[in-house]
Ligand binder design. Structure first.
Ligand code: NAP
Length: 277
C-alpha cells in the first residue's frame, strides 16, 4: 500500500496540454484563451498587436503558462511563424479565431480591405490548418475550434464578404471534421451571435442595427465554445439569440434571408431606452 502511495505521490505533475489561440489578444479570442488557461492549458496567444498586454492580463487570472506571438496572419509569413511556434510547443489544441469585418456597400468598400478580410478569415484558416493537421493526425490526438458566426447562416447585404467568409469557415470545419473522423482529431465550429467586443467599432458598424443591439458577453461565448471543443462536438451556436438566428435561417427561403439579415447591417436608430430626451 505504502509503496503504491509513494509511487503515486512522486509522479511528476502531468505536462499541461498546450493550446494556440489566434486573435487571442482581444474579445472572444481573449475570453477563450482565459477559459483554456483556467482549465489548466498552457496557452500561446497569436495576434497582430497587443499580445504582451494580453499575456500580462491572462497571467493574472491563472497559474498556467501563457506566451504570445505577434504575427500578421493575413500574410503567409505570419501563418508560417505561428505554425513553427506551435510545432516547438507541441500544440495539440488550436483555436482558429482571428477575424475582421468590412462593412458598407460593396461597390464602395476599399478592395484592399475586402481582400485582407479574405486573407485573414479564409486564407489563413486554410493555411494554418494545412500546416498543423498532419502533425495532429500523426500524433493521434488533437482538437480544432473554428470561429464561424451566425452570419454564416444567411447572406448579409452590406456585410457580404464577411458573411461568406464565415460560411466558408463553417463548411470547412464540418468537412474537415468528417475527414478526420477516427484519427483522434476533432473539429468544432462555434457560431456566436453579436458579442460585446471591439469588432463592431473596428468595422465602423456602431451606427447599424446590429451595432446598436444588445450583445452577448465574450465570457459566455467562450465558456460554451470551449465546452463544445472539449466534448468534441461538431458545432455550437452560443446563447439563445444565436440558436434563434440559426433556427430562423433554416426556415426562410434565400431571398427572405437576404432581406431579413440585411436589416441588421443597415444604419439603425438608437434603441429607445438609450436615446437622449
Ligand atoms: N463580435 C461578434 O459579434 C462576433 C460574432 C460572431 C463571430 N465573431 C468572430 O469572432 C472572432 C473574434 O472576433 P471578436 O469579436 O473577438 O473581435 P476582436 O475583439 O476585434 O478580435 C479580433 C482578434 O483578431 C486579431 N486579428 C485581427 N487581424 C489580425 C491579423 N491580421 N493577424 C493576426 N491577428 C489578427 C486581433 O488582434 P489585433 O487587434 O492585434 O489585430 C484580435 O485579437 C472573429 O473571427 C469574428 O469574425 C465575432
Amino acid at each position: 500500500m505504502t509503496e503504491d502511495k509513494d509511487r503515486h505521490d512522486s509522479r511528476p505533475t502531468a505536462t499541461p496540454e498546450v493550446a494556440l489561440v489566434t486573435g487571442g489578444s482581444s474579445g472572444i479570442g481573449f475570453a477563450m484563451a482565459r477559459e483554456l488557461s483556467q482549465r489548466g492549458h498552457e496557452v500561446l496567444v497569436v495576434a497582430e498587436r497587443g499580445v504582451d498586454d494580453a499575456v500580462r492580463q491572462l497571467a493574472r487570472h491563472t497559474d498556467a503558462r501563457v506566451t504570445g506571438l505577434e504575427a500578421d496572419l493575413a500574410l503567409p509569413a505570419g501563418v508560417e511563424a505561428a505554425a513553427a511556434r506551435a510545432r516547438e510547443l507541441r500544440v495539440r489544441t488550436f483555436v482558429l479565431n482571428a477575424g475582421v469585418g468590412v462593412h458598407g456597400p460593396f461597390a464602395r468598400t476599399p478592395l484592399q480591405d475586402e481582400l485582407r478580410l479574405v486573407d485573414l478569415n479564409v486564407r489563413s484558416l486554410v493555411h494554418l490548418a494545412h500546416l498543423v493537421v498532419p502533425d495532429l493526425v500523426a500524433s493521434g490526438a488533437g482538437r480544432i475550434l473554428v470561429t464561424s458566426s451566425i452570419a454564416a447562416t444567411m447572406p448579409a447585404p452590406l456585410f457580404g464578404t464577411y458573411a461568406a467568409s464565415k460560411a466558408f469557415a463553417r463548411s470547412f470545419a464540418w468537412s474537415l471534421r468528417h475527414e478526420l473522423d477516427g484519427t483522434g482529431v476533432t473539429v468544432t465550429s462555434v457560431l456566436p451571435s453579436a458579442t460585446r467586443t471591439p469588432f463592431f467599432r473596428a468595422a465602423e458598424m456602431e451606427r447599424t442595427h446590429i451595432g446598436r443591439a444588445p450583445k452577448a458577453s465574450p465570457a459566455m461565448v467562450a465558456r460554451q465554445a470551449i465546452d463544445a471543443l472539449m466534448e468534441g462536438r461538431a458545432e455550437v451556436a452560443t446563447g439563445l439569440q444565436a440558436k434563434a438566428m440559426v433556427a430562423i435561417a433554416a426556415l426562410l427561403p434565400q431571398p427572405a434571408r437576404s432581406r431579413f439579415h440585411g436589416w441588421f447591417y443597415a444604419p439603425g436608430a438608437r434603441p429607445r431606452s438609450t436615446r437622449q430626451t
